[in-house]
Design a protein around this ligand. Sequence first.
Ligand code: GUE
Length: 292
Amino acid sequence: MTAKLMDGKKVAAAIREDVGKRVEKLAARGVTPGLAVILVGEDPASQTYVKSKQRTCEKLGMRSDLLEFPDTLSETDLLAAIDKLNRDPGIHGILVQLPLPAHIDETHVILAIDPTKDVDGFHPISAGRLLIGEDGFVPCTPNGIMRLLDYYEIDPAGKHAVIIGRSTIVGKPAGLLLLQRNATVTFCHSKTENLEQYTQSADIVIAAVGRPGMLKAHHIKAGAVVIDVGINRGTDGKLTGDAAFDELQDKASFITPVPGGVGPMTIAMLMDNTVRSAEWAAEGQTAGNGVK
Ligand SMILES: Nc1nc(=O)c2c([nH]1)NC[C@@H]1CN(c3ccc(C(=O)N[C@@H](CCC(=O)O)C(=O)O)cc3)C=[N+]21
């Protein structure tokens, strides 16, 4: 079997088209969705992602503000910058690019973001809403994975989904979303003994570990769906995933490439969340304060 590629670029383009139409509808009501991105320090990978987010915003007719700070920025000054954006009615989404310098506490920063502008879905209010199944901001990468599954008509209901990786921004929310869609979910992680015991019975495997090529053919059953969240940059500058793509391609039914799989979906879902935030604001509803 040769696996079908799950084309994140193509699906992301379809999502952007839908988002663009919603931007036009908002424009007719005098609203321009606005995203503010805060970048602390000069990490080249972060700069690349941030540029890509900004370009996408501009193409879609959205406002995009970039606030760049040196890595000597104090936590207090960062919190003050967030507070200013919280109070700016033209800004519907606030994204603080992670990771932050070690002297800044990420939890403090995420807590400072107005939950009604939490387009990353990292605030505990958003996490709590996802846990209880209420409408709210869903983290972009797991949300993008669900949209990829939908596009390729892969229904997780009744299926065994194995997630490798238990981060707050990918693994855990991906598991909750799959559970919501009636999958049977197993979380595996660095302390899991005998990983293949779980992955070999998986209908859907999500690798979100950050170890290049760790998921190999012997880990999966024939016909499994493989979603690769890994973004590992080699010394040659090339991007590789957590899946050993070449050997898995002959065994899986569907597989996401890296690049061109989950990555572009993440950015598309950020646009979707930002426009949704603007729609909610225009309706006088908010996702974060308990008003539905
Ligand atoms: N507050 C915050 N929110 C984030 O969503 C966030 C973050 N911080 N910090 C870093 C990670 C990483 N991330 C990616 C987004 C898109 C691609 C992407 O589009 N990748 C392309 C390739 C891009 C390239 O070649 O470098 C692809 O996979 O095809 C990758 C990674 C968002 N992150």
